[in-house]
Design a protein around this ligand. Structure first.
Ligand SMILES: [Zn+2]
Length: 432
């Protein structure tokens, strides 16, 4: 009975939840128009022309900046626009100047260095050869689609208010070695920006797989583990939970790998620096379109052109991103340390420090069979702490006892829930 009352308490009435309304404002036509404009710059190769107003990566970057500026203006300047300029020594290209462009939406409940969620797409492209900076390299799917998603998220999310900071970033140099993402991840670490989660959108527009499968619902979510457990993987599970709640037509496929076999993406430098980070990609890729010169041979059309990018699918991917980012940024932080006592016991006891955040309504204890990929059971837990004396010192903790379930056969975790019914990602015990 108590558990039922708590579940009711933790679920906000739908009219108080801004997420469904925000998701409705995502416009497929706008996403497509961004892809077509980016393709129109001919090539966005990292070493392409930076002076022309019509072609090359410089023109593309200035257009992205102007889009961000327009979004910022519409929000009365709340979205702050930044550029990061840096030079890299890229293999086969020598010294190349690169620029990341991003919008920063300050949270209402944190300082500018506080809890922050980052979403990215890379705006550079390439043709068949990675060092060819002049041939057409439309990069419609890879990764004008991800860039379009980032710009659309900036537009629809800047219209709302979130407790945590949000960064919408179009990164440079992915094709040459993840340079833009590396630069931002290192800069965030050096400056103490507290990045609590990162999603990269890369190849998120094509629904016709080269394997013949057409799938406009599945979105692959890649996450790696440092060991048995991983905050990146908890981020992935959390995106899955938000998608089930808010984007029921999307099927988020969790894949427990850092990335596609033998390949990489912009979440990698974040994950490696300890930031929970995942990659989203379409269900089935088509290799006749990626990293190909635009040409026709033996009746096959090669090249990453906009004809194969689906506006509705990009919108679905954008909604998956938006639901998760909004839920994290509206939810309290996850508990940061969880202790478990379960040895030689028929029950499992969990304890954690109360999350110091006015929005906390309570917590949810989750568990799953050790062989299950995702959380299976959930129990609401009130926020009331208890005071314990440990080695003569008083400690304030929240405690939960799960009777009749032992950690011998299950994994446990705890997440925070806000008064608005939004959930953090799950924190798992020090000894999982
Ligand atoms: Zn890519």
């Amino acid at each position: 009975m108590l558990a039922l009352a708590l579940v009711t308490l933790l679920s906000a009435p739908p009219h108080q939840d801004p997420i469904p309304r925000m998701l409705k404002t995502i416009e497929p036509a706008r996403l497509m128009s961004t892809v077509e404009t980016l393709v129109g710059f001919g090539t966005r190769h990292s070493a392409s022309d930076t002076e022309s107003e019509k072609t090359g990566i410089g023109a593309a970057r200035r257009w992205i900046r102007s889009e961000f500026n327009a979004i910022s203006k519409a929000t009365g300047g709340r979205l702050e626009i930044h550029e990061q300029h840096f030079t890299v020594n890229a293999r086969g290209l020598g010294e190349v100047d690169m620029v990341n462009v991003y919008g920063f939406l300050p949270g209402t409940g944190v300082d500018p260095q506080g809890r922050t969620y980052v979403v990215s797409g890379h705006y550079d492209s390439r043709a068949g050869s990675g060092s060819d900076s002049t041939s057409p390299a439309p990069g419609a799917d890879d990764d004008a689609s991800g860039t379009a998603v980032v710009l659309e998220l900036a537009r629809v999310m800047s219209a709302g208010e979130y407790a945590a900071n949000l960064v919408f970033i179009c990164v440079a140099g992915e094709e040459q070695g993840l340079y833009g993402a590396k630069h931002f991840a290192e800069w965030a670490q050096e400056t103490g920006l507290q990045v609590d989660g990162m999603i990269t959108n890369d190849i998120v527009g094509n629904i016709h797989g080269g394997n013949g499968i057409v799938d406009d619902r599945t979105v692959r979510c890649f996450s790696a583990a440092e060991g048995l457990h991983s905050t990146s993987r908890e981020l992935a599970r959390s995106i899955g939970a938000s998608a089930r709640r808010y984007v029921p037509k999307a099927n988020l496929r969790l894949i427990f790998r850092l990335d596609r076999f033998g390949r990489g993406g912009d979440h990698k430098p974040f994950h490696e620096s300890g930031v929970p980070a995942v990659r989203l990609s379409e269900a089935n890729e088509n290799y006749e379109r990626q990293h190909q010169d635009v040409r026709e041979k033996d009746g096959v059309h090669y090249g990453d052109v906009p004809e194969w990018v689906s506006a509705d699918y990009m919108a679905r991917v954008a909604r998956v991103n938006a639901a998760a980012l909004a839920e994290w940024a509206l939810a309290p932080p996850a508990p940061d340390r969880l202790f478990m006592r379960a040895a030689v016991s028929y029950d499992t006891q969990l304890s954690w420090a109360p999350v110091e955040d006015a929005s906390v309504a309570g917590y949810e204890v989750v568990w799953r069979d050790t062989t299950a990929p995702d959380w299976e059971e959930v129990r609401a837990q009130g926020p009331e702490p208890s005071v314990l004396r440990v080695r003569g010192r008083e400690q304030t903790i929240v405690r939960a006892t799960i009777e009749g379930i032992t950690a011998d056969g299950c994994f446990f975790g705890v997440r925070s829930v806000s008064k608005s019914g939004h959930r953090s990602r799950v924190c798992y015990p020090d000894t999982p």
